[in-house]
Design a protein around this ligand. Structure first.
Ligand code: SF4
Length: 376
């Protein structure tokens, strides 16, 4: 039995991609070496692996550095076991300015985001499948659900890519233009998961609200599938505040099987910074969305992302984010310091702040949030 290990960095889209890669490997007869015990700095035990995949994230410098460090650290593994195959996956792969082959000569193959078929082709060409004919290795989402069988929580990707081009974000450059999956394919996948006893499904996309032909329509169509399965819960992420329409809010409120959880990334509490970020909404609009959600669903949980230290952010503009944090009782806040990303508009903007200023502001934001949670 051949064994594989997969290391995943980044967001839920990467987690979902890794699940598809795992399914391809397992249908080819590989067995997973479990994550437990393998931190970034602990690669003991990987000597048993025949194949290692590293699913990378480039959304922030820190995530990118950690993935690069881990990939470099696999050089020693390869020396010990020259038959080991290493695959580099995810958002690092499509970046045009990189020369990954030069940077990581010990890596055997590369898989862009959302491309399990590339792994399938690699296995078919380079390895002898143990349990199945390589031509039969499955890679469609539906087949993968069937292959994996019951999982308590299942991610269903409803769209890939993003057209929003927020000025700080590298996603449109590495994950491509926004593409919605056909609704019947999504419904089939949910049906397969439901029939295998799935309890929770998360609809995934960079911006699920802009699903075409309509996110509310999709939720209503899903209702027909889950109406007689009262224990099945549908979550969704991530929502863009600008696309959180009255229709979507009302539909979530009306459908009992949809979790009343909204992840609405605010990013900044200042209108001028939001404009420079190209977010497409104002603070007034954002607060209006929060009020609308809470008027229809007083029990709703609203979480957010906040970024400090965007180029040119003044002390007053940073304080506006602190004010917003105090105004809206978010159930959870993911907080980050701005990190310039290649190709993005913000990386070229004047007024890049020193790292110590960004870190100081981040610590202040974290401390404010800690005090707010403690007093709630
Ligand atoms: S909406 Fe903005 S932040 Fe989110 S993935 Fe698209 S470009 Fe990036």
């Amino acid at each position: 039995m051949r064994r594989y290990y997969i290391k995943t960095y980044g967001c839920q889209m990467n987690v979902a991609d890794s699940a598809r890669l795992k399914a391809v490997l397992e249908s080819a007869g590989y067995q997973e070496i479990r994550e437990s015990g393998f931190g970034d700095s602990d690669i003991r035990g990987l000597g048993e692996a025949d194949l290692i995949l590293v699913n990378t994230c480039v959304v922030r410098q820190n995530a990118e550095d950690r993935a690069a460090w881990f990939i470099q650290s696999l050089k020693g593994q390869k020396k010990q076991n020259p038959n080991l195959k290493i695959g580099l996956c995810g958002c690092m792969v499509p970046e045009p300015e990189r020369n990954l082959k030069k940077q990581f000569p010990h890596v055997d193959f590369f898989i862009p985001p959302n491309s399990p078929d590339v792994l399938k082709q690699y296995l078919a060409q380079n390895t002898k499948s143990e349990s199945r004919n390589p031509k039969q290795i499955r890679n469609s989402n539906l087949e993968i659900v069937s292959d994996l069988g019951f999982r308590a929580s299942n991610f269903v990707t409803i769209m890939t890519g993003c057209d929003n081009y927020c000025s700080y974000c590298v996603v449109p450059y590495v994950r491509g233009r926004e593409t919605s999956r056909p609704m019947d394919e999504i419904l089939e996948e949910i049906k397969a998961s439901r029939d295998q006893g799935g309890k929770e499904i998360t609809l995934l996309g960079q911006n699920v609200n802009s699903y075409k032909p309509g996110f509310a329509n999709l939720l209503i169509a899903i209702q027909q599938l889950v109406i007689s399965h009262s224990s099945l819960v549908i979550n969704f992420m991530t929502s863009h505040p600008k696309d959180m329409s009255d229709e979507i809010i009302a539909t979530v409120a009306e459908l009992p099987y949809v979790a009343k959880d909204f992840h609405l990334p605010l990013q900044s509490g200042d209108d001028e910074i939001l404009k420079k970020m190209n977010r497409g909404y104002t603070i007034e609009y954002f607060l209006g969305r929060v009020a609308k959600i809470r008027s229809l669903m007083p029990e709703a949980r609203i979480s957010t992302d906040l970024m400090v230290g965007f180029p040119g952010e003044t002390e007053v503009q940073f304080e506006n984010s602190i004010k917003l944090l105090k105004t809206v009782s978010f159930t959870q806040v993911n907080m980050f310091a701005y990190s310039p990303r290649p190709q993005t508009a913000a990386a070229k903007m004047p007024g890049q702040l020193p790292e110590e200023v960004k870190q100081e502001r981040l610590q202040k934001l974290i401390e404010t949030n800690r005090l707010l949670l403690a007093s709630s």
